[in-house]
Design a protein. Structure first.
Length: 360
């Protein structure tokens, strides 16, 4: 049974103001004899005991989620948790056993094969862990390839490819072949190729996990930069919580095919729905996750303040400055002072004595 309801929080207001781009409801992917017929007959409801009795494997179990326009939605879990299967069901690379997948309010499971091809060519794009570049094509040729499949004239597709080469920081390497590039450069080509068709939704399945740590960090920075320019809707798979908290607007934690909790990184750290979620967040550097709004107190009348930080600013971004200053920092939200953060509160947090335990 899917227990995600208990751990599901409303999206932040900044996301609620945007339309839902992608959603699924009662989504299942079962493997085994008669799996699809069984779950349809059950109306999308089945428990672990019944699945075991029928020798059915629940790769995705009764998942309900929504992804808002321009959101980076992270799906994470241990190996075998179902995260890759879920994303492939959302894109219909794998056929779900039951449920609905809605893109802009349209059920993808009712789309014909021809309609699905058109949607994939023009609205969706995917980046995999393995770069899958075509070895006989140059950087320019690899990036232009999806447009060639669409029948875009050569001059137009190469002009678009050159724009993307510059966007991902590979200017001057358009005539290089994949074998002449580093791993990070190859992944940049993969990212650029996935953007060639100007997709509305971007699926990324552990795109950086094969890279060395320093290159991986560089590629995370690159993704953050690209998102600040492009504002894409992303569904991003990772098993690395540090990567997730750097990139995510919200995170879905999966276990045994079910979504256990959907929340912002800060909410996951402060209010884990289960011990399983708590185990994921237990060793996270809270200063990188928690915001000034969480740590602030009411402003003390007449007190002098040493600086001003945004309500959403991560503690790590101003910790050094406030520790070096004896005065509290004002917390601003939309130009209005809503509280203040003290040096002592930040030091307590950095020392592992934060006062947010039990925050409602």
């Amino acid at each position: 049974m899917n227990d995600q309801g208990a751990g599901r929080l409303d999206p932040p207001r900044a996301l609620l103001d945007r339309k839902v781009k992608l959603a699924c409801s009662q989504l299942w992917k079962l493997y085994g004899p008669g799996a699809d017929h069984f779950i349809a007959a059950q109306g999308g409801r089945a428990d672990e005991a019944k699945l075991a009795e029928l020798q059915l494997i629940g790769a995705v179990r009764d998942v309900n989620l929504s992804v808002h326009e321009g959101e980076i939605f992270i799906v994470m879990g241990l190996s075998g948790s179902g995260k890759s299967t879920l994303v492939r069901c959302l894109s219909r690379l794998i056929e779900p056993s039951y449920g609905r997948v809605m893109l802009d309010g349209r059920d993808l499971l009712r789309a014909s094969a021809a309609e699905l091809i058109d949607i994939r060519r023009h609205k969706m794009s995917m980046v995999f862990q393995h770069f899958a570049l075509l070895p006989h094509l140059t950087v320019l040729g690899n990036i232009a390839f999806p447009l060639a499949v669409q029948g875009v004239p050569r001059a137009r597709r190469e002009a678009r490819a050159r724009e993307l080469i510059e966007l991902v920081g590979l200017k001057g390497r358009d005539r290089y072949y994949p074998r002449e590039l580093s791993g990070g450069q190859q992944q940049r080509v993969g990212i650029a190729r996935s953007l060639a068709v100007e997709p509305e939704i971007w699926f990324l399945d552990e795109p950086f996990s094969a890279l060395d740590p320093l290159i991986r960090r560089e590629m995370q920075d690159e993704l953050i930069r690209l998102q600040s320019v492009l504002k894409k809707t992303m569904v991003f798979i990772t098993h690395d919580f540090d990567e997730a908290i750097r990139l995510a607007d919200r995170i879905a934690i999966m276990k045994d095919g079910s979504v256990i909790q959907i929340a912002t990184p800060e909410e996951l750290v402060l209010r884990p729905a289960t011990e399983y979620v708590a185990a994921f967040t237990r060793h996270v550097n809270r200063a990188k996750v928690m915001t000034a709004a969480t740590l602030m107190r009411p402003v003390v009348p007449g007190a002098q303040q040493g600086g001003t930080v945004a309500a959403g600013a991560k503690i790590a971004s101003f910790a050094a400055a406030i520790v070096a200053d004896s005065r509290p920092f004002a917390v601003s939200d939309g130009g209005r002072i809503v509280g203040e953060v003290t040096r002592e509160a930040v030091i307590d947090l950095l020392a592992g004595r934060d006062r947010t335990e039990g925050v409602p």
